[in-house]
Design a protein around this ligand. Structure first.
Ligand code: GLY
Length: 276
């Protein structure tokens, strides 16, 4: 899908109080903001118009907007994040998205679902079962997708070390090609897909983000960058060191979609001047 729009929220002053298991020390909030700004510019360089929400000081993890909604070409669904401390983030995102997606359902209790566990591979959705997304939430999403003629497959990552979310270790590049960590590469749900594995010492590089003709990858993973270039992909490397300290990566910093007949243009988005 060619993305036309994205929604982001810069980290607030409270960012360092967010959830983390990384053990990498507290983030430098000023540096996180400048990394976020470069991320926003990279999206614009990919031809995406970016809506920037104000920081949400009440919710330190609110910069990870992707966890709060699932946006498809056929509608949007609000999530119910697995971490109770993050559930309050959803209301404001719902309000922002309601200006474009007139009908929005939501995951219901006892279901939990984080957007980071949902990988849209050109209309086929991989749904991760994780410490954040439970079976009830995954099934609700699968049913919602099926009503819209989308296929899905559930992948249990709960025993896979180092994966907070499915997309911590899986990205769809384009044309049925996936970038994965070793632990996921042989999963039956991925049979029939072309798999590119990240080297074992570059596992975090699997959390990359294909945006239109380019792939945003975290800086510091040269072997993965080289492998993607050899496939003819144009990459943009971005330093996300401060977000990694808070268990975040490139995909979870934005919600992305394509304007079509299911939604309508968003007032206030700034249009990127990048080429496509
Ligand atoms: N800090 C991001 C998360 O735990 O959801």
């Amino acid at each position: 899908m060619r993305f036309t729009h994205a929604l982001v929220r810069p980290p607030g002053d409270s960012f360092a109080a967010g959830l983390t298991t990384a053990g990498l020390g507290p983030p430098d909030v000023a540096l996180a903001r400048s990394q976020h700004q470069r991320y926003l510019h990279a999206l614009e360089a990919c031809g995406v118009a970016v809506l920037r929400l104000a920081p949400d000081e009440k919710h330190p993890d609110a910069t990870f907007v992707e966890d709060t909604a699932i946006i498809t070409a056929r509608g949007a669904l609000l999530t119910r994040p697995g971490a109770a401390a993050r559930r309050g983030e959803v209301t404001a995102i719902g309000r922002a998205l309601a200006t474009m997606f007139p009908v929005m359902e939501a995951i219901r209790a006892p279901g939990t679902l984080d957007g980071g566990d949902v990988c849209d591979a050109d209309g086929h959705f991989f749904i991760g079962l994780s410490d954040r997304t439970n079976e009830d939430g995954a099934r609700q999403l699968a049913a919602w997708l099926a009503q819209r003629d989308y296929g899905s497959a559930i992948i249990d990552i709960r025993t896979m070390p180092g994966l907070l979310h499915l997309k911590s270790g899986l990205a769809h590049l384009r044309h049925r090609r996936l970038l994965t960590v070793n632990a996921l590469a042989g999963h039956p749900a991925l049979q029939g897909w072309e798999i590119l594995r990240v080297p074992p010492d570059e596992g975090e590089a699997a959390n990359c983000l294909a945006v239109n003709q380019r792939v945003l990858i975290p800086a510091g993973f040269p072997k993965t960058g080289h492998a993607l270039r050899r496939l003819g992909l144009e990459i943009i490397e971005l330093d996300v060191s401060e977000f990694r300290k808070m268990d975040g990566g490139l995909s979870c910093l934005s919600l992305r979609w394509q304007i079509n007949r299911w939604n309508r243009p968003l007032a206030g988005a700034t249009t990127g001047g990048g080429r496509e």
